[in-house]
Structures are given as C-alpha cells and as structure tokens.
Design a binder for this molecule. Structure first.
Ligand code: SAM
Length: 279
C-alpha cells in the first residue's frame, strides 16, 4: 500500500507546525541513502520519521535505525509502514528535549545521522549533533536549498554565515543532490537539497569550541560593521585592543567578519583566549 493510502486510512492530518513534508519516491530515497554511504555496519539516527518511508530504506542498508518522531498520531501509520523490520526502534519524543548523552548511551557507539529535517528547527538539530557529540561520523540531511547553500558556502559570499563556519570547523559539507518541491507530500513552497557533512576529527586546532563560537557569533553580529566594531560591541573591548586582534587575525583593520575563513576564526579564538576576553 502507498504511504498516502495508509495516511488516509488512519485518518492522519498533517501538522504544519511540525514541518511535515514527506518524501515518498523510493528511488529518490534509495539514492539519498546510497550517497550517505550507509552500510550494514552503521547505526543510524533518523530525526523526524514521518510516515517511515526514509526509515524503511535506511533499515534495508544499515545495522540498526533509531528514529525520533514528535507526532504520536503517526504511531498507527508507522506500525503498518515499518511492519516486518526488526532493526528499527521508534522513539516518540521531541529530539531537542532528549539530552545528547542519553541518545549516545542508547546507541553505545559511533553513529550517523540521516534525516529529512523539519524546516523550523534545522539549525538547532544540526548544532546539537555537531557540537554536543563526538560519536557522529556523518550527517546527511535534506534541508531547504537556501540552508544547503549556506552550509556549503565559501567565505565572503552572501550565503556565508555563522552556521557555515560552525560546520566547517568540524567537518566538510557537500551539497549532493537537489530535490524539487514537487517531490514532497504535501509540497512546500521552496525546493530542497541534500547536504552530506563528513565529520573530521581534529580538522583544526581548536582549543576551546565556546571561544571559537563566540568569535563566529561576533563576526556576524552586524554584517554592515567592520570586525573591529563588532569586536568592540561583542566583547566590550576598547578600539585599540580590537584593532590589534584584527591585525593579528587578518592583517587589515578594515575587514568585515564575513570574509574570515575557518583558519581565521581559529586565530580569532586564540586571540580571545590569550587576551582573556569574556565569552
Ligand atoms: N522522514 C520523513 C520523510 O522523509 O518523509 C518525514 C520528514 S518531515 C520533513 C519531518 C518530520 O519530523 C515530521 O514527521 C515531524 O513530525 C517530525 N518532527 C518535527 N519536529 C520534531 C522534533 N522536534 N523531534 C522529532 N521529530 C520531529
């Protein structure tokens, strides 16, 4: 039976609040899971199981799938669509309310994340798995195309932002596929894309991730202001100190934060720590 029929049969009503736009095309889903590089050795966390179409395809390839779903109304639907699979566990909880250590201890080892993310909390979910866990090997997510472009942007481009620098600090992000809005049920107002983030241990010598993040936040505080002005505002420093920091990081006091590369943010982090700035 097709997912649409199962949803209707169970009287399911889409809840816009939860970003429910489902993917039903099995060939497309197989292609996503193939590109994610999932094999029978992998434990996969899926966030937002929905009608279970992606879950089923992941389960065919992976060792084990742990799926989170906020909407309990999907329980009878999933009973049908995931019938016969013995390597899938569904947890009906808001993934953002579940401590990351609890997820890690349920899994008991390394894992990958594969998800067609609910649009309203794309960034917090990504940050949760990128910054709060060192057990993640890779993250393959379907997101709005605009977000995909931000995740994979080059320093200095209009798409470049705090999220780009946060992700690049710990891994490599690649846009691996575009998905037309017509492929979703119901269709959203924008197209999507799949981004694969491969985590790289010790990619940069970051001593203190909180200091690194404070530097990134500061650089994008106001895009129209120079980095010197943003530093003065974010860290309450005097102009002279801010200028010395920017000279050490970039060699030009007039630069704007959005031109800083990940290497520059690593140097900025060092300056923040060495000068004892409060973050
Ligand atoms: N994976 C399915 C697919 O590809 O068709 C559904 C994807 S849909 C874009 C996002 C799903 O995430 C919805 O089923 C929604 O109910 C669920 N969701 C939204 N917020 C959530 C949260 N905080 N925790 C867990 N699931 C959530």
């Amino acid at each position: 039976m097709q997912l649409k029929e199962v949803l209707i049969k169970n009287g399911f009503h889409f809840n816009k609040r939860f970003g429910q736009n489902f993917l039903t095309d099995t060939n497309l889903l197989r292609s996503i899971v193939d590109k994610a590089g999932i094999t029978e050795k992998d434990v996969v966390v899926e966030i937002g199981v929905g009608g279970g179409t992606l879950t089923r395809v992941i389960a065919e390839k992976a060792k084990r799938v742990i799926g989170f779903e906020i909407d309990r109304n999907l329980e009878p639907v999933l009973k049908e669509t995931l019938a016969g699979l013995n390597n899938v566990e569904i947890i009906f909880k808001d993934v953002m309310k579940m401590p990351t250590e609890e997820i890690e201890s349920m899994i008991g080892g390394r894992f990958s994340v594969v998800a067609n993310l609910p649009y309203y909390i794309t960034t917090p979910i990504l940050m949760k798995f990128i910054e709060e866990s060192d057990k993640v090997d890779g993250i393959t997510v379907t997101v709005q195309e605009e977000v995909a472009d931000r995740l994979c942007a080059k320093a200095g481009s209009s798409e470049y932002g705090a999220i780009t620098a946060s992700v690049d600090a710990v891994g490599n992000a690649d846009k691996i596929m575009r998905i037309d809005r017509k492929m979703f049920y119901p269709a959203p107002n924008v197209d999507s894309a799949v981004v694969k983030i491969t985590m790289i241990k010790d990619k940069y010598p970051i001593e203190n991730l909180s200091a690194y993040k404070a530097g990134v936040r500061c650089a994008f505080l106001s895009r129209r202001k120079t980095l010197v002005n943003n530093l003065m505002m974010a860290f309450k420093t005097d102009r002279k100190t801010a200028e010395q920091i920017v000279l050490a990081v970039k060699g030009d006091v007039l630069v704007r934060g959005e031109t800083l590369t990940t290497e520059d943010f690593v140097s900025l982090q060092k300056e923040i720590l060495n000068r004892g700035l409060k973050f």
